[in-house]
Design a protein around this ligand. Structure first.
Ligand code: ADP
Ligand code: MG
Ligand code: MG
Length: 252
């Protein structure tokens, strides 16, 4: 589904991704862990097509298509979702209205019929039920006055409604208390499916107690330096990232 090969990217002339290679198959959940400043957010942003990054060498195929040649809007329509894509508060813009516009823009770009308000409402109800959310979320302004936990829940709700093929969650766990963390993890688990993949970016292991990844990668200094099963996350938690430095030979 996602095939990244030797990806290089820089910000303001400074190299951040330095030859990153990663392959994700449909249905898989991959965790990307790594020290601060390693390039984790850069990876998510480059995949989503955010501004401010110069992509150098390397290729990214998404469903066999050159992802880097697509606009951010096309990527979203192709099914790439980056949580934090809509983190901003938009006071006065109703959450439901906003989501329906986003969904219909994507459907239109795919050549699918837009959903009318009844169809959209049906979808929203179905997703609220799957996620065990109540509908108070819907009528509020986008993220307006939301607590940290509510914003994260809202992101998972956006994910549920937009039904992406590849969901990238960047530090969705940061700043959450344990109940909010569990609720986000339950949401992600409910949305796992054989044709959807997740890239879960996290600095800490604790989210992975609840979202059990198929593969754990360590991103350090712009590359994937180690990959393994869920036990790799536990080893990192126990030994810290310094432990990796002893195991990973520096790249000449
Ligand atoms: P991570 O998410 O792993 O903590 P990031 O991808 O956010 O790392 O950042 C990688 C490196 O790029 C860091 O050294 C960071 O300081 C730098 N960086 C990120 N954003 C910018 C920016 N807008 N301008 C300059 N440097 C940046
Ligand atoms: Mg960081
Ligand atoms: Mg980051």
């Amino acid at each position: 589904m996602l095939k990244i090969e030797n990806l290089h990217a820089s910000i303001n002339g400074r190299d951040i991704l330095k030859g990153l290679t990663l392959e994700v198959k449909p249905g898989e959940v991959h965790a990307i862990m790594g020290p601060n400043g390693a390039g984790k957010s850069t990876l998510g942003n480059v995949l989503a097509g955010r501004d401010g990054y110069e992509v150098g060498a390397g290729t990214v195929l998404f469903d066999g298509r050159d992802l880097l040649a697509r606009t951010p809007e096309q990527r979203a329509a192709d099914g790439v979702f980056l949580a934090f894509q809509y983190p901003v508060e938009i006071p006065g813009v109703n959450n439901t209205y906003f989501l329906r516009s986003a969904l219909n823009a994507q459907r239109k770009a795919r050549g699918e019929a837009e959903l009318d308000s009844m169809q959209f409402l049906r979808k929203v109800r179905e997703k609220l039920a799957v996620l065990h959310l109540d509908d108070r979320l819907l009528q509020r302004g986008v993220n307006e006055g939301f607590s940290g936990g509510e914003k994260k829940r809202n992101e998972i709700f956006q994910l549920a409604v937009l039904e992406p093929r590849l969901a990238i969650l960047d530090e969705t766990d940061s700043g959450l208390d344990i109940d909010a963390l569990k609720s986000v993890a339950d949401g992600v688990n409910a949305l796992r499916s054989p044709d959807r993949a997740f890239l879960v970016i996290t600095h800490y292991q604790r989210l992975l107690d609840y979202i059990r990844p198929d593969v754990v990668h360590v991103l350090a200094d712009g590359r994937i330096v180690e990959s393994g099963g869920p036990e790799l996350a536990l080893e990192l938690e126990a030994h810290g990232y310094a432990w990796l430095k002893d195991r990973v030979a520096p790249v000449a």
